[in-house]
Ligand binder design. Structure first.
Ligand code: ZN
Length: 305
C-alpha cells in the first residue's frame, strides 16, 4: 500500500522526442504520469509545469523536483549556466534555461542532471545497482550515453561524461560502414547507435534476426567500450539499457566478448567466472529514467533539509 504521508516528488525524464513527467515517491506509488511531445523549450516546459500544477490540486504540494534531461547540459549548482541546455544541434534548445523556467512556477529544490545519470541513480535506488558504490549505466538506443556513479556520487567532472563518443578500433575490412556521428564519424555512437544499425543494415535493430552478423559487430563495439570503462573506472557492475542495448539476444554476446577483450587482466571472479552478474540489463527496464528523476528529487529534498 502506498504511504500517503511520504513527501510527494515531481519527476521529469526529458528526451529529444518526448518528456515523461510523473509524480509520486517510488516505483510502487506513482500517482500520475504524462507524456509530452518535445517541441520548443518554452512550450514543453510550460506543459510540464501545467501538469505538475494540475496534479498538485489533486494530491498536494510537491516537495522537490528531479529533472533528468538530454544534454549537453550544465548540472553544476553554483555555475552561472546551471540548469541550462548547452549548445546543441537540436533546434531552439541551445542555452535554454530549462530549470529557470521551472523555478518560475515551483519554489522547491530542483535536481538537474543528465538523462543517463538519472537512469543510473534510479538503478542505484531501486534497480540492479542497489548497495553499489561504483557502477556504470550505459544506454544504447537512438544515441549512446553513459552515466557513472563513482564512490557514492554521480560523476560530473568538467561537465559530464560522454561515454558514447569514445574512439573504438574500427576494422574497415569487417565493417566498412563509415559511422554517423556528426563530430567524429566512427566513434562508439557513430558505429553502434540504433541510428547507425539502421543505416548500416537498412533495418531497425528490432527487425534484425538474432543470428544476423550485425549482432557480432554490435557486441564487439559495445564490448570494446565496456572494456575501456572497466579499465578506467573499475565499476563493480555495468548496466546496459536502451532500445538496442536491452535486446535479450545481445547481452550474452556482449558479456562473452568483453571477457575476451579484458583477457584475464582484471583478476576478479565477477569478470573471470560470473560475467553475467557484471554486465546486466536494467532492473527497472525502460523505467530507469523517470524513476531516476524521482530519486534525484528525493535526494534534492534530503540535501536541502
Ligand atoms: Zn561522436
Amino acid at each position: 500500500m502506498p504511504n500517503n504521508n511520504l513527501p510527494l516528488y515531481g519527476a521529469i525524464e526529458g528526451g529529444g522526442t518526448k518528456f515523461i513527467c510523473a509524480i509520486g515517491n517510488g516505483p510502487g506509488n506513482i500517482r500520475a504520469e504524462v507524456r509530452i511531445e518535445t517541441t520548443t523549450p518554452e512550450e514543453t516546459m510550460k506543459q510540464v509545469a501545467d501538469f505538475f500544477k494540475q496534479q498538485e490540486t489533486n494530491f498536494g504540494k510537491l516537495a522537490a523536483i528531479g529533472f533528468a534531461c538530454f544534454g549537453p547540459l550544465d548540472p553544476s549548482p553554483g555555475s552561472p549556466t546551471f540548469g541550462h541546455i548547452l549548445p546543441t544541434p537540436k533546434p531552439g534548445w541551445s542555452n535554454a534555461d530549462v530549470v529557470g523556467m521551472l523555478k518560475e512556477s515551483f519554489d522547491v529544490p530542483i535536481a538537474f542532471d543528465t538523462d543517463v545519470n538519472g537512469a543510473a541513480f534510479g538503478e542505484w535506488r531501486w534497480g540492479k545497482a542497489q548497495g553499489l558504490r561504483t557502477f556504470i549505466y550505459l544506454t544504447v538506443g537512438t544515441g549512446v550515453g553513459g552515466g557513472a556513479y563513482v564512490e557514492g556520487n554521480l560523476l560530473h567532472g568538467l561537465l559530464h561524461p560522454e561515454m558514447g563518443h569514445i574512439p573504438l578500433k574500427h576494422d574497415l575490412k569487417k565493417d566498412s560502414f563509415e559511422g554517423v556521428c556528426p563530430f567524429h564519424g566512427d566513434c562508439f555512437e557513430g558505429l553502434a547507435s540504433g541510428v547507425a544499425v539502421e543505416k548500416r543494415w537498412g533495418l531497425r535493430g528490432a527487425q534484425l534476426a538474432p543470428e544476423h552478423i550485425a549482432w557480432d559487430i554490435e557486441a564487439d563495439y559495445i564490448a570494446q567500450a565496456l572494456t575501456s570503462y572497466s579499465m578506467t573506472l573499475s565499476p563493480e557492475r555495468i548496466i546496459i539499457g536502451g532500445g538496442v542495448g536491452s535486446l535479450p539476444h545481445l547481452l550474452p554476446k556482449v558479456q562473452k566478448r568483453t571477457r575476451e577483450l579484458i583477457n584475464g587482466y582484471i583478476q576478479s571472479p565477477v569478470i573471470l567466472k560470473n560475467i553475467e552478474t557484471y554486465i546486466v540489463n536494467p532492473g527497472l527496464g525502460g523505467r530507469s529514467g523517470v524513476l531516476g528523476a524521482l530519486a534525484l528529487a528525493e535526494q534534492a529534498l534530503q540535501k536541502a533539509s
